[in-house]
Ligand binder design. Structure first.
Ligand code: ADP
Length: 177
């Protein structure tokens, strides 16, 4: 008998540093040394261990490319791990930004999957300082997740954590309560 596992996809409005999941995703930059926005919030809430681990990874592999991601522990956060993913800077749309955003989400999901993690929370990567258009990002994110779930259903819960109202409304329209 075959059973079809379902993955719950949720949208919440709020601060990703408060979310209890196996892994939260950080919108990191290529240096992995922390920054503003959600990156700053995650480093502040997690404590210095996060930066130490990021530095170790940076010393080993020289930062993190756009579209790629790395895994660390989560310090004082309620989550168990942080996946530091580097989204693209929006540059008008002709610099492979859409493909790179898709790759950023896919890589994060693969890291979670490969480490046996069952729940993952994403912020709206690249839609803050990096200025990726929000509506376009939602389309890319949801098609990437749908495609990923066709291949693997080991992750049972995916949460989109929206700090700003515009992103929250865009996701709410697409994901029923
Ligand atoms: P990027 O440089 O990838 O654009 P930002 O951190 O500037 O990253 O913004 C990415 C998104 O994260 C924005 O939509 C912003 O509103 C959101 N954000 C900022 N702080 C938090 C937080 N504490 N929890 C969840 N989302 C956050």
């Amino acid at each position: 008998m075959s059973t079809t596992k379902t993955t719950s996809i949720e949208v919440i409005r709020g601060d990703i540093t408060k979310v209890h999941v196996d892994a939260i995703v950080n919108a990191a930059n290529t240096s992995l040394l922390g920054g503003g926005g959600v990156d700053g919030a995650i480093h502040r809430a997690a404590g210095p261990v996060l930066l130490e681990e990021c530095r170790t990874i940076r010393n080993r592999q020289g930062g993190c490319a756009v579209g790629d991601a790395v895994l660390t522990s989560a310090g004082n956060l309620p989550a168990r791990f942080v996946i530091h993913a580097v989204g693209p800077v929006w540059n008008g749309g002709n610099s492979c930004e859409s493909e790179l955003l898709a790759r950023t989400y896919l890589k994060s999901l693969e890291i979670a999957n490969d480490n046996g993690l069952r729940s993952i929370a994403f912020p709206n990567i690249s839609t803050g300082t990096y200025q990726f258009p929000k509506a376009r990002a939602v389309d890319i994110v949801l098609s990437t997740v749908t495609e990923f779930l066709r291949e693997s259903r080991r992750i049972s819960r995916i949460v989109f954590v929206c700090l700003d109202e515009e992103n929250y409304q865009l996701y709410r329209k697409r994901i029923p309560m």
